[in-house]
Design a protein around this ligand. Structure first.
Ligand SMILES: Cc1cc2nc3c(=O)[nH]c(=O)nc-3n(C[C@H](O)[C@H](O)[C@H](O)COP(=O)(O)O)c2cc1C
Length: 369
């Protein structure tokens, strides 16, 4: 074992074979929140990719929590039953530890799927009224209802119910989606929260509901299983959420038992001014890690094995989350291992694809382990 990228680590009682995480990626292919054959292919493919961690896409905790009609959900028995055989398959064929991202899409919800360009679907056309921290709409989307005390109680319970279902399904770690302009980020960002009660105004007040959700899930989730959060480290907009806020939020999450934070960014408002370049969010993971000591996942335009290894070697992050690169090249971890001179898990059915076994010697020792 030479590289950090392929070094094992542990979160609570979970042994994780390496530092590569498949970033959660919505497939917009669920029906009534139920996963299907696309997910069998997609998650199966990612499970055998060699990545140490696979985070199932943002999974809605109730129907209104979905962004679109195609999103996964985990609020009923049919959705739980649909996931079970896919998870069983992934565990049988793959080596990744399987996590799930729990989600409420907040004020952005009720739109068409990604490849139909996320057009708003009004309630009278089969959509629904989104919920938000306040009642200001995301531009060109349905006007949200500002959440009241009943909404908060129901949502807390829905998060807990989904957590219990995830545990029954044998999900190994959970991730709370607090980023990208969805419900919990709506509360966090001053740009999307103009409340005057104890859930708006000061940073402490804006963090209150997201922290209540985290605490409720953590209580319902077994002590020995890890739980993380994805945050938007900054809003990239004047008057918005800052990296200092992210450090404060991470410290509060840590106190509640958070095991890792994925440092994403943006999504609150369309006028964000993002400078996108390779590894553009890595400095956020680095700063949060340095100032809190939490395990961080770096994400965003990390595409090259040596780039990933460098981030880990410099102590900027503990985990490398890959999104689009894994869709483009689902064998990225195999190729990275080959490039960096490492050996690791790949399925025996495919072992003859390894460059060391292309000489025609069928009896050559398997490099699989
Ligand atoms: C098709 C697609 C779906 C995504 N769905 C989610 C999601 O469900 N939850 C989430 O937190 N981020 C989601 N993202 C963001 C990715 O997880 C990742 O943070 C982003 O793509 C940047 O990383 P990359 O440059 O490696 O792709 C999605 C991205 C893509 C491309």
């Amino acid at each position: 074992m030479n590289t950090k990228l392929f070094s094992p680590f542990r979160l609570r009682d979970l042994d994780i074979p390496n530092r590569i995480m498949v970033s959660p990626m919505g497939q917009y292919s669920a029906v009534d929140g139920c996963v299907g054959d696309w997910h069998m292919m997609h998650l199966g493919n990612m499970a055998i990719s060699g990545a140490g961690m696979l985070v199932i896409e943002a999974t809605a905790i109730n129907p209104v929590a979905r962004l679109s009609h195609g999103d996964c959900g985990l609020w009923n028995d049919a959705q739980e039953a649909a996931l079970a055989p896919i998870l069983e398959f992934c565990r049988r064929v793959g080596g990744a530890r399987i996590g799930m991202q729990l989600w409420h899409a907040g004020r952005k919800s009720s739109v068409t799927v990604a490849w139909e360009r996320q057009q708003a679907i009004p309630p009278e056309a089969g959509g629904w009224t989104p919920l938000g921290a306040d009642d200001r709409p995301y531009p060109r989307r349905n006007t949200p209802k500002a959440m009241d005390a009943d909404d908060r109680q129901r949502i807390l319970q829905d998060y807990v119910d989904a957590t219990e279902r995830a545990n029954r399904l044998g999900i190994e770690f959970l991730e709370l989606h607090c980023a990208h302009g969805y419900l919990l980020h709506n509360f966090l960002s001053p740009l999307t929260n103009n409340r005057t009660d104890e859930f708006g105004g000061s940073l402490e007040n804006r963090m209150r509901f997201p922290l209540e959700v985290f605490a409720a899930i953590r209580r319902a989730w077994p002590e020995h299983k890890p739980m993380g959060a994805r945050i938007s480290s900054i809003d990239w907009a004047s008057g918005g959420w800052t990296i200092e806020d992210s450090v404060a939020f991470t410290k509060a999450l840590q106190a509640l038992g958070c095991d890792y934070v994925t440092a994403s960014s943006g999504g609150a408002v369309p006028e964000q001014a993002i400078t996108v370049e390779p590894g553009y969010q890595v400095p956020f993971a680095e700063r949060i890690r340095r100032e809190t000591g939490i395990c961080t996942a770096a994400v965003g335009l990390i595409t090259e094995p040596r780039q990933a290894e460098d981030i880990l070697q410099k102590g900027q992050a503990d985990i490398i989350a890959l999104g689009r690169r894994m869709l483009w090249d689902p064998r990225w971890p195999w190729h990275a291992a080959s490039e960096l001179g490492e050996e690791f898990f790949y399925p025996k059915q495919y072992e003859r694809s390894h460059p060391s076994m292309q000489g025609g010697d069928f009896l050559a020792p398997a490099r699989n382990k």
